[in-house]
Design a binder for this molecule. Structure first.
Ligand SMILES: [Zn+2]
Length: 363
């Protein structure tokens, strides 16, 4: 089957395809309805299926659309795996939990953030504790999202960002912009002030759907960093831990770590994998981000800045809005058959290795 057929042009189509793929497997879809609607008035929801041997207590959890607009990639991947019956490859002790669109609002509205302008992958923190302070972000916030995103004001902003990048170096600049910040609610990579709908929903889904889980391997699908179509498995654990080593043993030397500087990503605060561990406190966890490349960093950053400006100050019905939405969609989803094939084949490769590793893990 042509892998491009697993992918969808928008959230509504993706949701219907996911439900159809689940039906073809005879799997029941659990729906967690979102309170808001999509741009065409469509319902928004996170849909979840458990697939595999009924007695299995080891789970590969595949999570998609943590970053809304990045959901095209994860959706196509999981629909492909379901359509091609990856469940038939499962040993008796291992099953899948597949979460379609944990941030359905961002997926439908073509935003990386959620309905609150919150970056869900910076939102899994203990909000009763002091929040991380990102001093470098504070210095460049006004240049990242200037009020007037055009003409002289934008030129000045771009020049100031170029100066900051020269001062910090490319990697520290990337960390300042994207590491997460909790001080500017109208800014980029904002982690919020409390658990968002998607955060609370994930914490419901896991104990409701797989309360019996003893071992969990969590893959979170993302796009926007790295070479076109390549999936980089980013280790979700600190170096020196058993879980950190396990991921290398299972997936191989392609695994990277932001903490050792081998990843295209920098260190982040409040990531979703931490929420998975908290939601299933009795299970043994192994977790990885699958980060797929799309466009160069500068292109992706311009798309995020433009979209943030649009939602802060612009008119969502304008011609400019149409342009910006096309830009952000293209920054996180390369709508070409060769990209989709790369995405799917790599997902299948990594998931197969995950099945082999998780099913043979010693207690
Ligand atoms: Zn992402």
């Amino acid at each position: 089957m042509n892998p491009a057929s697993f992918f969808s042009p928008d959230y509504r189509t993706a949701r219907a395809k996911f439900q159809a793929a689940a039906k073809a497997l005879g799997a029941e879809v659990a729906t967690y309805a979102h309170p808001l609607k999509g741009p065409d008035g469509e319902d928004l929801a996170t849909d979840v299926v458990r697939i595999g041997p009924p007695d299995a207590k080891r789970y590969i959890v595949l999570n998609t659309a943590t970053h809304g607009v990045e959901g095209f990639c994860g959706s196509g991947s999981v629909i492909g795996l379901m359509t091609e019956r990856i469940d038939r490859e499962l040993p008796a002790n291992t099953a899948f939990l597949i979460i379609h669109a944990i941030n359905p609002y961002g997926f439908a509205w073509l935003r990386r953030v959620n309905e609150d302008n919150v970056d869900l992958n910076r939102n899994f923190l203990d909000f009763s504790q002091p929040l991380p302070v990102n001093e470098e972000y504070a210095k460049i916030h006004q240049w990242l999202v200037p009020k007037n995103f055009a003409g002289e004001e934008l030129e000045t902003a771009d020049a100031e960002l170029a100066k900051a990048r020269d001062r910090l170096g490319a990697k520290a600049f990337q960390a300042a912009v994207s590491g997460g910040q909790y001080a500017f609610a109208d800014g980029l990579f904002y982690g919020g002030t409390g658990p968002t709908w998607s955060n609370r929903t994930l914490r419901r889904i896991l104990p409701e759907m797989i309360p019996d889980a003893t071992h969990v391997l969590f893959f979170d699908f993302h796009t926007g960093l790295g070479p076109y179509g390549y999936a980089e498995p980013i280790n979700g654990h600190p170096p020196g831990t058993d879980a950190y080593q396990r991921l290398y043993d299972w997936i191989g030397d392609c695994v990277t770590s932001a903490q050792t500087g081998t990843s295209t990503s920098t260190r982040l605060s409040g990531t979703i994998g931490g929420g998975v561990m908290e939601a299933l406190p009795d299970a043994v966890h192994t977790k990885s981000t699958l980060e797929y490349g799309t466009r160069p960093n500068d292109y992706v950053r311009l798309a995020l800045r433009s979209d943030c400006w649009l939602h802060n100050h612009g008119d969502l019905k304008s011609a400019r809005a149409k342009e910006i939405k096309a830009l952000i969609r293209d920054a996180f989803y390369r709508d070409y058959d060769d990209w989709k094939e790369l995405v799917y084949v790599r997902a299948r490769q990594i998931v197969r290795r995950g099945i082999a590793g998780l099913s043979t893990q010693k207690d």
